[in-house]
Ligand binder design. Structure first.
Ligand code: PMP
Length: 303
């Protein structure tokens, strides 16, 4: 059972988690017409009176963009103010995960986005390691990531996660921890809820935005960090076979942080992962506000 934070934002007010209820006829439940964000709130290890939110503005902007695809005008600033208030109201003493969500809240039938009510809510839960920090095994999924011509891939649209769910379950049911999806061109795209990186001959490689990837905020942070650390980086298409012979492969996401990949299908990857570890240590130090050079990425909320 998940451990939810006691207070949620629902229908323009802050109320107890148990009181936030929606109808079985809710439009978004039937048509996947919702979109969500996901952020980690960390208790500041240097000052437990403070909660730290990593790249809050970017998360709010991405959700505002997702809302636009649902024909819902929800400015990033409004989302930000509500999230900050939500954190304050919960008197948090443990690190947690925030899930802001926009959706078509009408009770009518028929898939559409016009002439239909929308709502925005925020709730939170405790979330430990989403994937094992020691590393995971991956299967190449038989399910392909959607294309932008079918679905707006720059938003985190709930309906799109049927593909992630199919891929993840297929992977787990066949003995792997996680799935790697290809795009319709047969190029490696991302995992079920993470972006993917590989290292070959000292170069950091990740599929570019023309490869149907989500605009991951961790992905963007890693590319910036790698450049600052002098690690050569390139965004380009990636073939499946390149992963099998890579020096290092890792997954990135708010929930998964930087998770090393140990094996893909039957291809064991090297034990030594110097670049993965360097980036992971740096990213964790930044999210815990221990790095003076990236303080503008950390939003501090007094508790
Ligand atoms: N791809 C998908 C499909 C995701 O759901 C996520 C998680 N939001 C990511 C990538 C990673 O994005 P981020 O680093 O912003 O969490």
């Amino acid at each position: 059972m998940n451990n939810f934070l006691p207070i949620v934002y629902f229908r323009n007010q802050f109320i107890p988690f148990e009181d936030a209820k929606i109808s079985i006829a809710t439009h978004a439940l039937h048509y996947g017409t919702g979109a969500f964000g996901g952020l980690r709130g960390i208790i500041d290890p240097q000052n437990p009176q403070q909660v730290l939110l990593f790249r809050l503005d970017n998360h709010c902007q991405r959700l505002s963009n997702s809302a636009k695809f649902l024909h819902y005008d929800l400015p990033a600033d409004k989302i930000k103010n509500i999230i900050v208030e939500f954190v304050k109201k919960n008197n948090i003493d443990k690190s947690f995960y925030i899930r802001p969500f926009v959706y078509t809240s009408d009770l009518g039938l028929a898939p559409r986005l016009h002439n239909i009510e929308k709502e925005f809510f925020v709730y939170g839960l405790e979330l430990g390691d989403y994937l094992s920090p020691d590393g995971v095994t991956c299967r190449i999924s038989s399910w392909y990531r959607q294309e932008d011509r079918s679905l707006p891939l720059r938003g985190k649209i709930s309906g799109a996660y049927i593909t992630s769910s199919l891929a993840k379950t297929e992977a787990v049911e066949s003995g792997f921890d996680e799935a790697l999806l290809m795009n319709s061109q047969g190029k490696i795209c991302e995992a079920s809820g993470m972006n993917v990186f590989l290292v070959r001959n000292g170069q950091l490689i990740t599929p570019g935005f023309d490869q149907d990837v989500l605009e991951g905020i961790t992905r963007d942070s890693i590319l910036t960090l790698a450049k600052d650390l002098g690690i050569p980086t390139i965004e380009r298409s990636v073939d499946k076979s390149e992963l099998f012979i890579a020096d290092e492969v890792f997954l990135s996401g708010t929930a998964a942080k930087i998770t090393p990949v140990k094996r893909i299908e039957n291809y064991q990857l090297p034990e030594s992962k110097p670049i993965t570890e360097k980036l992971r240590d740096k990213l964790i130090a930044i999210t815990e506000n221990r790095d003076p050079n990236y303080q503008d990425w950390v939003y501090i909320i007094p508790n």
